[in-house]
Write a protein that binds this ligand. Structure first.
Ligand code: V47
Ligand code: SF4
Length: 383
């Protein structure tokens, strides 16, 4: 570690740009960087500079540990009352025959497919169907818990929850408590996109705003639940919108400490209303991860979602601040396949995921949703 610190100090000292050097010094001293410094990193810092710093911070906090979990997805419906411009996945209610809609039995049958398998989490997320309500989701959660009490249920974004609660005439606090009592344990990070209204009004005008999103996560944290936060980048936003997004999350995390993981999501441009926008480069993607690691100093984990990024770029991200590559997601994640990701059938078994991590000399650790370590695979030879 001493050696690593002297190496990073040399890199920072050799930087000719005074402003970057002072940001680097701050990070090495464990000090928080400011909003303006976050923007400056985006504007001026070369990838090797932010990458080396982010990798140093990652190794100080987690060594080589790289987490994954065994999970599967349920997507109750892709029918959605909203019309986010970047979404390739949803179908308006008027065209519902093109979409799908699962019953509680259908969802339970998906859960039953994993009977006897060592999965620890189900991630439930979908569109906002105008006919589905709070009662339906309470019964879904209860049915899953009755069938498999040990399965951690991570589900629903504030987009779904805001609609559910308003329809049921519940406050956010009442609604969250009812779902939590039924067995909902964590919230995934979706629906955050870019918080700033200048961007939100262009890409997702009609769904829950930043304050609503943050309010719902705060209510979950206040109940002792944990959650994640995403950031959809690489479309119409400016650098400062990304930093504003991270700043709002960092402030809330100071207050609640309820976030586990920050997940930058690269905008994919196939089959949606923003297909005219070119996708970000790999260099930009790695910069986003690295700056996230440096800015989000109170978020323990930075995750690269491999079904969206592709396997090789997910490996690369492990040298740019990332310490988690999500899970062994089964074939039911359609969001990215439909938006043009390399991963058309995103599924990786544990052996493949462990191999992927080991190939880049990191230490694969299976975790549960809240990062309890389940198994260290560094000495296990699989393939
Ligand atoms: O909010 C939709 C994104 C999110 C596109 O918490 C797109 O563990 C890129 O939040 N290009 C939903 N992104 C998925 C999500 C998530 C994924 C994995 C893990 C976790 C977690 C959460 O997907 C949406 C939106 O930001 N998305 N369309 C697109 N064309
Ligand atoms: Fe609906 Fe979510 Fe797609 Fe927006 S991103 S249209 S809320 S499914």
């Amino acid at each position: 570690m001493q050696h690593a610190t002297s190496a990073i100090t040399t890199i920072v000292n050799n930087t000719t740009d005074q402003a970057l050097q002072s940001i680097g010094d701050k990070i090495i001293q464990g000090k928080r960087i400011s909003f303006d410094e976050g923007v400056l990193l985006y504007e001026k810092a070369p990838l090797p500079f932010v990458g080396a710093l982010a990798n140093w911070v990652r190794e100080q906090r987690h060594g080589n540990k790289t987490y994954f979990n065994r999970n599967f997805h349920i997507e109750p419906t892709n029918v959605c009352v909203f019309s986010c411009k970047f979404c390739s996945y949803s179908r308006l209610y008027a065209h519902k025959e093109e979409g799908w809609e699962l019953s509680i039995d259908d969802m339970l049958n998906i859960v039953k497919k994993y009977d006897g398998q060592p999965v620890t989490e189900v991630h439930i997320v979908g569109g906002v169907h105008p006919k589905l309500n709070m009662q339906f989701f309470l019964e879904t959660i209860q049915a899953i818990k009755n069938h498999r009490p040990d399965l951690h249920i991570k589900g629903f974004t504030p987009v779904e929850l805001d609609y559910m609660f308003r329809k049921a005439k519940l406050t956010v606090e009442e609604g969250m408590k009812m779902l939590h009592d039924a067995g909902l344990q964590s919230l995934p990070g979706g629906g955050a996109e870019i918080f700033h209204p200048e961007v939100r009004s262009v890409i997702c005008d009609d769904k829950v705003n930043a304050e609503g999103w943050l309010h719902i996560h705060k209510a979950a944290h206040d109940l002792g639940m944990h959650s994640n936060a995403t950031m959809l980048y690489g479309h119409v936003e400016k650098y400062w919108h990304r930093v504003d997004h991270m700043e709002r999350l960092r402030q809330m995390q100071d207050e609640t400490k309820g976030f586990n993981t920050f997940i930058p999501l690269k905008f994919r441009n196939k089959g949606n209303d923003m297909s005219n926008i070119a996708e970000s480069t790999v260099i930009e993607d790695m910069k986003v991860y690295a700056i996230a690691r440096l800015y989000m100093d109170n978020f323990p984990h930075i995750k690269a979602y491999w079904p969206m990024l592709g396997r090789q770029n997910a490996q690369l991200s492990l040298s740019f601040g990332v310490n988690d590559i999500d899970g062994t997601i089964d074939d039911s994640t359609k969001i990215y396949a439909m938006a043009g990701s390399e991963e058309q059938t995103p599924s990786m078994n544990t052996e493949e995921l462990v191999t992927l991590i080991k190939q880049v000399k990191r230490q694969p650790i299976e975790r549960d949703t809240v990062y309890n370590e389940i198994k260290d695979y560094s000495e296990v030879s699989l393939i």
